[in-house]
Design a protein around this ligand. Structure first.
Ligand code: GRF
Length: 204
């Protein structure tokens, strides 16, 4: 199987996905391409170091969202990929693009959706005195961070936690959860019908 990963920044989730493909914990799958909308994204260096092809599609080179996504669609169509994975991709995709890949685009979001869509999720969880925090993997629909949830993993916020410690805890979980979920979606036919199943209880 083939997957394409879209990034904008650090690329730590992307890195864990690429490594999981290479060490076969995601079975029978290759990362065909990493696309970044920022030419200085650290993710590009990481992908290159891991031997994965990269492409930059900068926001500023396109006058509008529709033309950006038209080019993105054109590039991705050439790969006949099974899944498009957003891993810290900081752009909203147009309905036309999302429609072209129905149920094939997934995202990871650092909160327990539907709580805290958008930015600054760790800060907002603390300010809101939440008991739990965590991360969510969901299908992408035109509405931001609102698509059907595939998996969620939560943990209890401790009294000493701050924005930085939550960021670290969430990232650690994400690096495990995203590759596992991708493997299940691609190789075990786990679909929306098994939503909200605790991934730790599934035999991978
Ligand atoms: C992750 O925390 C993810 O939930 C959010 O953006 C962050 C990306 O981190 N969508 P990285 O670039 O994978 O390190």
């Amino acid at each position: 199987k083939k997957i394409i990963i879209l990034v904008s920044g650090n690329g730590s989730n992307m890195e864990s996905i690429i490594k999981s493909c290479q060490n076969k914990s995601i079975h029978d799958t290759e990362v065909s391409l990493v696309i970044s909308n920022k030419n200085n994204a650290l993710a590009l260096k990481k992908a290159n170091n891991l031997g994965v092809k990269t492409k930059v599609l900068e926001n500023a080179c396109f006058p509008c969202r529709e033309l950006y996504d038209q080019e993105l669609l054109h590039i991705i169509k050439q790969y006949d990929c099974d899944l498009i994975i957003l891993a810290g991709f900081m752009r909203i995709l147009t309905p036309k693009f999302i429609d072209a890949f129905k149920n094939k685009i997934i995202n990871i979001h650092p909160s327990l959706l539907p709580k805290f869509p958008g930015l600054h999720t760790h800060k907002r969880a603390i300010e809101n005195n939440e008991i739990y925090h965590g991360t969510t993997i969901h299908y992408v629909i035109p509405e931001l961070d609102a698509g059907p949830i595939i998996f969620q993993k939560k943990f209890k916020i401790e009294s000493h936690d701050c924005e930085q410690t939550l960021y670290k805890k969430v990232q650690e979980i994400e690096h495990q959860l995203y590759p596992k979920t991708i493997n299940l979606l691609l190789n075990k036919n786990v679909s929306i019908s098994k939503m909200n199943v605790n991934i730790e209880s599934i035999d991978t």
